[in-house]
Ligand binder design. Structure first.
Ligand SMILES: [Mg+2]
Length: 292
């Protein structure tokens, strides 16, 4: 059995259309409930911060426990999360208010704050599915050797509810709360790279890198394969869902979207187990070619 693990946000859904509504809802909550500030001022600050990130995307990232979880330019929701994190960290008054609102942070107050805003507000945004999303899931459901599993950092119940809107035959397995951003600098696990040997950080072109120290996501992938299944992963972003499967010797399909940066396409195309998809419609044939 091959489990085809498909990321939810941005892969099955049109994330580029949802990023601005998500930012707007997040700014409402930040201004009204967390920072107690005029929303207009915060929105101007957000836009200014985001322009700065996009002018130097290799200099800004989603940071957890001192490690890079993802560069800011890898996805539309990731850009929103990173913009909020940079804005909140850089302004001492914002950082102070966030620390008071999240006094028992699981990561640090800013990461907890952006997780809170993401989980709360993506659950309120009705999903817009990409062309071919429903057909792809139905194809995998009915194929004797393939099984779809939907992957998400969100809580599984949100994704189950949204998948229910597709009226498929039967439920799809959901691998939820996988915390691909859960970085642990003390984790000892290394991964074999064909040229570099045993590594924890994968150096890429132009000074970028992907840190592989993601123990929660690693365990989620091991669990998914624990019944003897092989895995393939499909996603719209690279560092969070894609790098670890590739170095665990599973095929990874990167879906090209309007926001996919060139450097991500290049890394995936250069890896023997990586492939770039122009659309979800291409996947059944690619899978059949790999596993027929
Ligand atoms: Mg995604």
């Amino acid at each position: 059995m091959l489990k085809v693990i498909i990321d939810f946000d941005g892969t099955l859904t049109v994330e580029e259309e949802q990023a601005r509504p998500l930012a707007d809802k997040s700014l409402d909550t930040l201004a009204g409930e967390i920072l107690s500030l005029p929303r207009q001022r915060l929105a101007a600050d957000y836009d200014k911060t985001q322009a700065r990130l996009l002018a130097a995307p290799d200099q800004y990232w989603w940071e957890v426990n001192g490690l890079i979880a993802s560069y800011c330019d890898e996805g539309a929701f990731i850009l929103n999360t990173t913009t909020l994190q940079v804005m909140l960290r850089e302004n001492p008054a914002y950082a102070q208010a966030v620390a008071e609102f999240f006094p028992h942070a699981e990561y640090d107050p800013v990461v907890d704050c952006t997780n809170y805003l993401f989980h709360r507000h993506t659950a309120e945004l009705p999903p817009v599915f990409r062309p071919g999303a429903r057909e792809l899931l139905a194809f995998l459901q009915h194929h004797p050797a393939l099984r779809p599993v939907v992957l998400t950092n969100s809580l599984g119940d949100k994704v189950r509810r949204f998948l229910g809107m597709l009226s498929l035959d039967g439920d799809i397995d959901v691998l939820g709360d996988t915390r691909q951003y859960d970085m642990d600098p003390n984790w000892r696990q290394h991964f074999p790279h064909p040229e570099l040997g045993q590594i924890q950080v994968w150096p890429l072109a132009e000074g970028r890198q992907v840190d592989l120290r993601r123990p929660v996501y690693y365990q989620a992938l091991l669990d998914a394969a624990s019944d003897g299944s092989c895995l393939a992963v499909v996603a719209d972003t690279f560092s969070l869902p894609g790098a670890l499967p590739l170095l665990m010797r599973s095929p990874f399909f990167l879906l090209r979207t309007p926001y996919t940066p060139r450097w991500c396409l290049q890394v995936v195309e250069a890896h023997p187990l990586g492939q770039v998809l122009g659309s979800l419609v291409e996947l059944p044939e690619r899978l059949t070619a790999l596993y027929a």
